[in-house]
Design a protein. Structure first.
Length: 124
């Protein structure tokens, strides 16, 4: 969604311009950086979580989902995940199945290496 009114600014348009569907935009680049900064096991867990939340299985299938995610793992994990139109909802649903909520993992935005606590906290 793009606000075509050139006199608009981010605070007036409810920050819509920040969320534009732009494959090379700052939000996409930040998310790619965070996902790429995860180690291989964390990327596999994230893909398995997305699949779980999408309905590809349930908690009883977790080991199978994770094994399939490990088998399919490659260097395009970030692009794959960001190509899922319902990724946020899928991850939120998966967290709910584990008895967690997204709010538990929200942290203020910061610069620097990605924080791995959100993913690892689920599995400890």
């Amino acid at each position: 969604m793009t606000d075509t009114d050139t006199s608009s600014n981010a605070s007036d348009d409810a920050m819509l311009s920040v969320l534009e569907d732009d494959r090379d935009g700052p939000v996409q680049n930040e998310l790619k950086s965070i996902i790429r900064g995860l180690n291989e096991d964390e990327q596999i867990d994230l893909v398995a979580l997305a699949w779980l939340g999408r309905g590809d299985g349930d908690l009883a299938d977790w080991d199978d989902l994770r094994a399939e995610a490990a088998r399919a793992h490659n260097k395009r994990t970030a692009e794959y995940l960001l190509g899922m139109p319902t990724l946020g909802d899928d991850l939120e649903e998966a967290l709910a199945q584990f008895g967690h909520s997204a709010e538990e993992f929200e942290q203020p935005l910061r610069r620097g290496p990605p924080c791995r606590t959100a993913i690892t906290k689920i599995f400890l």
